[in-house]
Write a protein that binds this ligand. Structure first.
Ligand code: ATP
Ligand code: MG
Length: 257
């Protein structure tokens, strides 16, 4: 059974794309078949996986707006077991271009159900959401089984979660009755920093078991890898960042049972 997981946080720059790519790559390394859907007009997941703009012929925009099949858009990455449904900047107009559509918030879900896509045998699909609670993110929530929230260790980290939790609840009540936040991963942590420790303590107190034990440290290799178009777990396979995402993948699979 394919697990569809929206990687979401309306706050920008908290590690959504880094987590989608590297958790995805670490799971792929553990023989899971992983698809990353780039659902952000910034196209960072596509760039970070080495797919040049010229090679993104069919994109998430086409699946959402033009009824293209997801299968036709998906590209194999250089990482074994890792596939990508790429995005380009035109995704930013999908919102407006879908206004005529009757099921505006179900476009991604319908796209993934088109042409027997569900038979494609992926173990995990990560939807890399944009930094907003826009129509795009709502489409991701309508299509997903659960939501994974990267939380950056900084002062207002938990504040933004309230709005996210309310949005997930609304989608659950209206469109997707089993949607839930399945996990929270603490990112860019610096163990020597008192603020990081405080954010971790608060998160564990308020969110309990939702928070992964594994913490992603601030690690420069994680930020360098995208410019080489490969996951950090390949770019510097023994780096602390790579090891952390491998540990996260282990915990993730345990949680899935
Ligand atoms: P956006 O909201 O713009 O989509 P995002 O939530 O996807 O951002 P990322 O793009 O993954 O966040 O990360 C933001 C920046 O921080 C990037 O430059 C990334 O390389 C860097 N970064 C992410 N995680 C780490 C980390 N653990 N250590 C060091 N740098 C990191
Ligand atoms: Mg991103």
């Amino acid at each position: 059974m394919t697990k569809v997981i929206a990687v979401a946080n309306q706050k920008g720059g908290v590690g959504k794309t880094t987590t989608a790519i590297n958790l995805g790559a670490a799971l792929a390394e553990k023989d899971q078949r992983v698809l990353i859907i780039d659902f952000d007009p910034q196209g960072n997941a596509s760039t970070g996986l080495g797919i040049d703009k010229e090679d993104r012929e069919i994109t998430t925009y086409d699946v959402l707006v033009d009824d293209m099949s997801a299968d036709s858009a998906i590209l194999k990455t250089n990482t074994p077991n890792l596939w990508l449904l790429p995005a380009t900047g035109d995704l930013s107009s999908a919102d407006v271009d879908m206004t005529e559509e009757p099921h505006r918030l179900l476009r991604l879900k319908l796209g993934l159900e088109r042409d027997d896509f569900s038979n494609a045998n992926y173990d995990v699909i990560f939807i890399d959401c944009p930094p907003s609670l826009s129509v795009l993110t709502l489409n991701a929530f309508a299509a997903a089984d659960s939501v994974l929230v990267p939380l950056q260790a900084e002062f207002f980290a938990l504040e933004g979660l309230t709005q996210l939790i309310l949005t997930v609840r609304q989608i659950r009540e209206n469109l997707n009755p089993t949607l839930h936040i399945s996990s929270v991963v603490l990112t860019m942590m610096d163990s020597r920093n008192r603020l990081s420790a405080q954010v971790e303590a608060d998160a564990r107190e308020h969110l309990g078991d939702l928070v992964f034990q594994t913490i992603i440290p601030r690690n420069v290799r994680l930020s360098e890898a995208p410019s080489f178009g490969i996951p950090a777990i390949e770019y510097d396979t023994n780096s602390r960042g790579a090891e952390a995402y491998r540990a996260l993948a282990g915990e993730f699979l345990e949680k899935l049972g």
